[in-house]
Design a protein. Sequence first.
Length: 202
Amino acid sequence: MAAARVVAQTQPEMIFEEKPLAYRVLLGFVVVLPILAVFIAMRQLWEEFATWKDVLLLVGTYIPIALGVTVGLHRYFTHQSFKLRREVKIILAVLGLMSLQGRIFDWVSDHLLHHKYSDKPGKDLHSPFDGFWHSHTGWIFIGRRANPERFAPHILNDPDLVFLDKYYSVFAVISVFVLPYLLNGWQGVLWAGLVRIFLVHH
């Protein structure tokens, strides 16, 4: 592990790659659809169309997936704050992937780069000094990210994470559409999918 960290220090801190137009359009939908969903959900509440089932499904999906981010991606995978059994690690990794906040290796790398250059313009990927829009959402559209080989050598060779990370898109579709639809049809997609994504992201 120590040798891996020494090698990692020779890697560049950032990777620059042009995001294809199709990717940026898809990302735009991921940003905009949950916002629209919140307005639809508010209208349903106002008109008393939404039910307790909708709200309970929202809460019931929000809590574990938010824990996948805060406990899993942040405290465990990024900061290695504690040790876990393999099956708990895998559950937290899946929940983190279901948050639609990106692949595990990218999330960990971006966050560690953020800690190294907190809020410094041009160095922190989402510095508030680069503008509100950029720091909140815009930074994910540009082709600049932290290098996992530099910032995440402690997890890059974990076979479980390598396998799960490969299927990020599958977990994203299950998270937003498949599971919520199975739970409560299109109302499930609205509340347990899109509105939940909005709350986890913002």
